[in-house]
Design a protein around this ligand. Structure first.
Ligand code: PEP
Length: 244
């Protein structure tokens, strides 16, 4: 663990209805006080209701994407300003599912990050290699190029978090070895424009492996998908981060 702020961020992806806000309430009840940051990023439809449900709690609410523009003729899109207005404080950008499903380039991610910073949101910039890229020995080249291309100009620890998420580890139950995670995070730390930017690991983080991942020097927390949906799973991950 470095000196950067610790953060456990949950990405609900396209999951969650109003009834599921009980999971957020249960998490807030379990952690009335926190030393580390804890964030839930529900689908856009739930941001406002979750912000209301968590008002006064130690848990922050975030979003999963934003448009690079401020407003206008972009049917179906949501601007960073709208997310902030709904109660989001952070926004995940460049998740591999957006890069893959929507063809998002690092340049577009950087544009979105700029818009998010203007709206006062902290950006969580996601980067990660495919399995073929890892097998070919290109992991560091790929993630360092994504990092350089995806960060907004003026990225600092006050407005930016970086999440290393190997694509082949997302939702698969597979993770890199602790040494492999350490190698990537060490290289990322050395390449950050501000060394105090928090570096999260993401990809099949569970209650059973969180503590050993958080013990890696340059890992400052986690971006968690599946295990963030239920307080009974995300709670132990938050507790492991608090204890790290
Ligand atoms: C993610 O999609 O960001 C993620 C890390 O998913 P999971 O934890 O389910 O692997």
């Amino acid at each position: 663990m470095s000196d950067a702020c610790k953060l456990a961020a949950g990405n609900w992806k396209m999951n969650g209805l109003r009834a599921d806000l009980d999971e957020a309430r249960a998490l807030a009840k379990a952690f009335p006080k926190l030393d580390c940051g804890v964030l839930l990023c529900p689908p856009a439809t739930l941001i406002s209701a979750m912000a209301e449900a968590l008002e006064g709690s130690a848990i922050m609410v975030g979003a999963q994407d934003c448009h690079p523009g401020e407003k206008g003729a972009h049917t179906g899109d949501v601007s960073a300003q709208m997310l902030a207005d709904a109660g989001a404080r952070q926004v995940i950008l460049g998740h591999s599912e957006r890069r893959g499903d929507h063809g998002e380039s690092s340049a577009l991610v950087a544009e979105k990050a700029r818009a998010a910073h203007v709206a006062g949101l902290v950006t969580i910039i996601c980067i990660g290699e495919t399995e073929a890229e890892r097998d070919a020995g290109h992991t560091l080249d790929v993630v360092l190029a994504q990092l350089a291309g995806s960060l907004a100009e003026g990225a600092t620890s006050a407005n930016t978090v970086v999440a290393y998420e190997p694509i082949w580890a997302i939702g698969t139950g597979r993770t890199p070895s602790l040494e492999e995670i350490a190698q990537v995070h060490d290289a990322l730390r050395a390449s950050l424009p501000d060394p105090a930017i928090s570096l999260l690991y993401g990809g099949s983080v569970k209650p059973g492996n969180a503590a050993e991942i958080f013990a890696i020097e340059n890992v400052d927390g986690a971006l968690v998908g599946g295990a963030s949906l239920k307080a009974k799973d995300f709670g132990p991950i938050v507790a492991a981060l608090e204890a790290s």
